[in-house]
Design a protein around this ligand. Structure first.
Ligand SMILES: [Cu+2]
Length: 480
């Protein structure tokens, strides 16, 4: 009887240990790698959501969400090794906008892969690293074996044929006790889950971008001197823009971007997805227009996006990027020459109410003073009602793009003195997962002068761009 009771107690302890163990190592498993990114192919805009197989191989679901115009048609997807031709690509319809479809691709081993996406005009290659599964730590095995011994020992001790043999029951109970002791010791001495998880608290200082990059959303203007020890990767990226044929007003043209390292001249092909894209490209025209697009990678360090510039003149091209392993955000700046009659910059209204995309947008920018955090809000209404169905775009409620005054005192996209900024509204979504009516930003305008702002939100799967002119006054002189 005593032997049985002892054994029962041991079983209880074993069960407790078994309960504790899964909770302790639940945090050890690698979080499922989900990558979401925007892909502006020449013929259409897509959002891909890629779920890497946690085992490092196997089925890899990709959800394809058409956005924008989404003309009828299809694209094909295939998982390939870098540079390889797609084999057995899977076709998926990509219309209408907002209709997601899942495609199951397959990878047969961890390592470097590409998702090849073809729209008939371009073969985009989305780089992807499939991580190998984490090996099970030794202490987890100790918990499992200990718990197993505990359970087996207890069950055996309670078996009717053993009941009448106290010595054997006691022996089996001892086995169970040893098992539970192993399990409990393993749990107690396991590395704490917080310490085991890789922490990323000490991000390296952001690396300076080549001329005049600044990303206000990440803490104001970029420093003007490079961080001292530059790692072998993660240096400044030089972006060279070109077109196969001269760009002319009113005609679609494919803009090619070639990325090289500013210090080594080597091709840069280690961009990390940030804010749902590899490159966020802002193309700002002499007419004050903004195109915010996401070029597709077609070869290592080579990206393409299709544009239709409205007017002739010189366009400013701002590429926002992050390199893998670096964490620093950088903006590379270049220009695009477009032939054709130049249009005078269309004046954008100042703060107040204006009509955009069937909505009344009330922009408020109270007291914009250089060097001080300034609130910029946009409130959306339609037909006398508040608009509350704005969709998140690039993982955010809204985006604010900013171009500051050049030497002329007004925003000039090809004047390096014109500071470029990109700010986010990080506010939470409403109960329906949508945003609105109020989108709010905070931005510190680096100096006094005239700025051009563009508030960007998404509604009905289309990006709505609200241009605003803001005059920033100098900070009052402070007493010495
Ligand atoms: Cu973007």
């Amino acid at each position: 009887m005593i032997a049985q009771r002892t054994a029962a107690l041991l079983v209880l302890l074993g069960a407790l240990a078994a309960l504790v163990a899964p909770a302790a190592f639940a945090h050890e498993s690698t979080p499922t790698g989900v990558t979401r990114l925007e892909l502006d192919l020449p013929t259409r805009e897509l959002q891909l959501t890629i779920t890497a197989p946690p085992e490092g191989e196997g089925r890899m679901p990709v959800v394809v969400l058409p956005r924008g115009d989404a003309p009828p048609g299809e694209v094909t997807l295939a998982a390939v090794r870098p540079g390889a031709a797609p084999v057995d690509p899977v076709a998926v319809p990509v219309a209408p906008a907002g209709q997601p479809r899942e495609v199951a691709l397959t990878v047969d081993a961890p390592g470097a892969w590409e998702i090849a996406v073809a729209d008939g005009a371009t073969l985009a290659r989305v780089p992807l690293t499939i991580a190998a599964p984490e090996p099970t730590p030794g202490w987890v095995w100790a918990v499992r074996i200990g718990a197993l011994l505990g359970v087996v020992g207890l069950v055996a001790a309670l078996t009717p044929s053993v009941r009448d043999r106290p010595r054997l029951a006691l022996g089996l109970g001892a086995v169970a006790l040893v098992g539970v002791t192993i399990a409990v010791t393993a749990v107690a001495t396991a590395p704490s889950t917080t310490a085991a998880a890789p922490t990323q608290t000490a991000a390296p200082a952001p690396v300076t971008a080549p001329p005049a990059g600044g990303h206000a959303g990440h803490g104001g203007a970029a420093p003007s001197t490079p961080a001292a020890p530059m790692p072998p990767t993660g240096g400044g990226v030089v972006v060279t823009a070109s077109t196969a044929t001269p760009a002319s007003a009113g005609a679609p043209v494919d803009l090619a971007l070639d990325l090289t390292d500013s210090s080594t001249g080597a091709v840069v092909d280690d961009l990390a997805v940030h804010d749902d894209a590899l490159i966020h490209l802002a193309i700002i025209g002499p007419d004050g227009s903004l195109d915010h697009v996401h070029p597709v990678r077609t070869a290592p360090g080579h990206y393409v996006v299709r544009l239709t510039p409205a007017t002739g003149g010189r366009y400013g091209v701002f590429a926002e990027m992050e390199r893998a392993g670096d964490g620093g955000h950088q903006v590379a700046r270049t220009a695009l020459e477009v032939t054709g009659a130049p249009a005078a910059a269309a004046p954008a209204p100042g703060p107040g109410v204006r009509e955009v995309a069937g909505m009344q947008v009330d922009v408020a920018v109270p007291a914009a003073v250089a060097g001080r955090p300034t609130a910029v809000t946009a409130t959306f209404g339609a037909g006398g009602r508040q608009v509350t169905d704005l969709q998140g775009w690039l993982g955010m409620a809204g985006h604010l793009m900013v171009l500051g005054p050049g030497l002329s005192g007004t925003p000039d996209p090809v004047d390096p003195a014109s500071a470029f900024g990109h700010v986010h509204d990080m506010g939470p979504a409403g109960p329906a997962g949508t945003y609105g009516p109020r989108i709010a930003f905070e931005h510190t305008f680096p100096r006094a002068g005239r700025y051009r702002l563009w508030v960007q939100v998404q509604r009905d799967w289309r990006v709505v761009t609200v241009p605003v002119t803001v005059d920033v006054t100098p900070a009052p002189a402070t007493a010495p």
